[in-house]
Design a protein around this ligand. Structure first.
Ligand code: SF4
Length: 176
C-alpha cells in the first residue's frame, strides 16, 4: 500500500514539474539585421544573404509604440524562424529594445480574432493553409477559426500576398 502511494506521489510530482517547466519555457531568439522591404503589403528583411518574410504586429500597435517602418530602413531585430517566416519578438532602435511579443512568443497587442459566418462559407478550403497559425480547420465542410490560435493578422481576409487573395465570398469577419 505504501509503495503504491509513493509511486502515485512520484508520478504527480513529475507531471507538476513538467507543467511548471513548460509554462516557464523561454524561446531562444536570434538577432537579425538588414534592410526592410515591403512587397504587396507584407514586410521582408533583406539580411544580405537572404530575404525573409516578417511576421510583425498590426500597424496600429506598431504606430502606438512609435515603430515606423519604411522600405530600405536598416533594422536590428530579435526573432525566431518558423517555417519560412521570421516571427519578430522585438526591435532594437537606438540601442533600446521595443518588444512586440513576450518571452513565450505571445502577442503584446490586444487580439481581435476572426470568425467564419457558417451560412456564407462555401467550403472551398482556400483559407485553411494560408493561415500561419494553423487556426482554420474544416468542420463538416465549413471553415472554423479557433479564436485561441488566431493572432488577428487578417491573412484569411486580406490574402497572403501570394496565391490566396482572401475569402472569395467574404465569409470571414473580425470580432469588433
Ligand atoms: S475561403 Fe471563405 S468560403 Fe472558402 S472555406 Fe474559407 S471561409 Fe469558407
Amino acid at each position: 500500500m505504501k509503495k503504491k502511494l509513493m509511486i502515485i506521489i512520484v508520478v504527480l510530482l513529475t507531471i507538476a514539474f513538467n507543467v511548471f517547466s513548460q509554462s516557464n519555457e523561454k524561446i531562444e531568439l536570434t538577432n537579425y539585421s538588414g534592410k526592410l522591404k515591403q512587397i504587396a503589403g507584407n514586410w521582408f528583411l533583406n539580411t544580405g544573404e537572404d530575404i525573409v518574410e516578417l511576421s510583425l504586429a498590426p500597424d496600429e500597435f506598431l504606430k502606438d509604440n512609435n515603430i515606423e517602418l519604411t522600405s530600405k530602413m536598416e533594422v536590428s531585430l530579435n526573432g525566431i524562424m518558423q517555417e519560412d517566416e521570421l516571427v519578430v519578438h522585438s526591435f532594437i532602435i537606438d540601442g533600446n529594445e521595443f518588444k512586440i511579443r513576450d518571452e513565450s512568443g505571445k502577442a503584446l497587442w490586444k487580439i481581435k480574432p476572426y470568425y467564419v459566418i457558417p451560412d456564407k462559407c462555401i467550403g472551398c478550403r482556400l483559407c485553411v493553409s494560408p493561415c500561419p497559425q494553423g487556426a482554420i480547420t474544416m468542420v463538416k465542410g465549413i471553415a472554423v477559426i479557433d479564436a485561441d490560435k488566431c493572432d488577428g493578422d487578417g491573412i484569411c481576409v486580406l490574402g497572403d500576398g501570394k496565391r490566396y487573395k482572401g475569402c472569395p465570398v467574404d465569409a470571414i469577419k473580425q470580432v469588433k
